[in-house]
Write a protein that binds this ligand. Sequence first.
Ligand code: 6PG
Length: 244
Amino acid sequence: MNRLTLIPAVEGLHRHASQAAFVAAAAEDIARRLGDAIDQRGSALMALAGGKTPEPVYRRLATLALPWAEATATLTDERFVPPASELSNAGLLARSLFTGAARASAFLPLWSEAATVEAAADAADQRLAALGEPFDLVVLGMGDDGHTASLFPHTPELVAGLDPTSSRKVIAIAPHAPAPKEPRLSLTLPAILDARAILILITGDAKLQVLQTALAGEDAHAMPIRAVLRQTRTPVVIHWSPEA
Ligand code: 6PG
C-alpha cells in the first residue's frame, strides 16, 4: 500500500497488480467491515456507488459468507429512473449484489415513483434520515471529471451538495452539460461523511491521474471528489488497479 502525499483522511492507496486482485481485495475489504459492524453492533449499513467499476466487486461480495440478513444497503446516488431501466443503480445491485446469500440483505432505494426528481429526493431524504445512524461503510467511485456520487463539477447543486452544515442527506440533481445527462438523486457530502469509513474504487491509469490531480488541488467545485479526499472526519481507503 502506497501512502499518498499526506491528505489526513486518506489512509492509503492500495495498488493492485490486476483487476482480479482488485476485485478480490475490495470485496474482502467491504466484507470485513460489514462483518465487524455486525459483530460489534448487530447490524451493518452501507451506501454503494453505481457505475461499471464496482459491479464485479459486488458480484464477488455476494459470494462471501456474511450474516447478510443483518446488512442493509442503499446507494450513494441514483438515476431518476425505475429499477427496470438499464440506467438504474438499484438494478445494478439487484443483478450483482442481491444474488445468492446476499439476497437476505435489506435494500433502501433512493428512487421512488414521484412526479419530479425533487419530490423523489425529498422522499429519499426522509427515508435515510429515519435510519438515525451513520453508515458503517460508503463505497464511492469517481468519474474522469472528478465527480463522485452524482456531485458533478461546476453544477449549481454543489452549493447544497457540498455544504458541510446541511442537514439534507439526499438532493436532486438536474441534467447539465456535459454531465449528468439525466436527472439524478445524490447523497450530500455530509451524508457521505457520516460514515465510519469510505472506500473509493477506481481502475485504470487515467483515473489514477485524475486522482493525483484531485489530490494536488483544493477546489471541490472543480473536482467534487476533493471534498472527500481533503476532509479529516472520515477515514478514506482507495483501491486501484490497471484496467481489466
Ligand atoms: C453512478 C455512480 C458514479 C460513478 C462514477 C464512475 O451512478 O454512475 O455512482 O458516481 O461512481 O461515474 O463510474 P464508472 O465506475 O462507471 O467509471
